[in-house]
Design a binder for this molecule. Structure first.
Ligand SMILES: N[C@@H](CCC(=O)N[C@@H](CS)C(=O)NCC(=O)O)C(=O)O
Length: 222
């Protein structure tokens, strides 16, 4: 097997989670090397990655001569290896899916920055602040609108990279028990995503690890 995914610590590496999910859902064969990105070993481990991948970050997929860094490129590659299976066939649906995917990849307009992926695994999770509740409402409304437009079950009809890219966001919002009564399709979509075998496999391992504490999670508004 010449295809190696350098991924990251299960409860601290949301970008690696996305790339890993796309490879799994596309049915691509790969071996995985989990890079421990927790301090203090993080710096030395990422220096090893920088020796062959300029950003010095995970995920990186090495396939023969190709060094594919950045989750977006890996996810696109996974879909292409599967004949484009992870994008909608319809041109306009595909464009909508790419828009959602790009929004996520560009940082989701900075929504809920303190509700990190890591925080989803804290045993003492707090309630969302009023600002976070407003932020979350924006993204729930966007998901609901996409699901209404496509009529589901996924954001753009068939399961696509747009759905998979949002999984870590779904994990971190869901862990903070939002009231989803105004967005019934979003609630069903989130549950369907969290119930997928691929998602459960990653999350089950993530839950076995000690929580990775990040500063700024406290319940005071910034
Ligand atoms: N845009 C990159 C972000 C990758 C990223 O930030 N990865 C984190 C771990 S999830 C990392 O390795 N950070 C180390 C660093 O940036 O120094 C991607 O989508 O792959």
């Amino acid at each position: 097997m010449s295809r190696v995914l350098y991924s990251g610590t299960r409860n601290a590496s949301s970008w690696a989670f996305r790339a890993w999910l796309a490879l799994k859902e596309a049915g691509v064969d790969f071996v995985e090397e989990v890079v421990d990105i927790r301090l203090p070993q993080r710096l030395a481990n990422l220096a090893r990655i920088r020796a062959f991948s300029p950003p010095g970050a995970v995920p990186v997929l090495v396939d023969g001569e190709a060094v594919i860094f950045d989750s977006l490129a890996i996810m696109e590659y996974a879909s292409e290896l599967a004949g484009g299976a992870l994008w909608p066939r319809d041109l306009r649906e595909r464009a909508q899916a790419r828009a959602l995917f790009a929004w996520q990849h560009a940082g989701l307009s900075g929504l809920c920055p303190r509700l990190s992926f890591e925080s989803a695994f804290y045993p003492d999770r707090r309630a969302m602040s009023p600002t976070e509740t407003e932020d979350a409402a924006r993204i729930f409304a966007a998901w609901e609108q996409a699901l209404l437009r496509s009529d589901g079950p996924w954001l753009c009809g068939t399961l696509s990279l747009a759905d998979l890219a949002f999984v870590p966001t779904v994990v971190r919002l869901h862990a903070h028990a939002p009231d989803l009564s105004a967005w019934p399709r979003t609630r069903a979509w989130m549950q369907a995503l969290l119930a997928r075998d691929s998602v459960r496999e990653w999350m089950d391992e993530a839950r076995t690890l000690p929580p990775v504490r990040l500063p700024g999670y406290g319940d005071d508004e910034p």
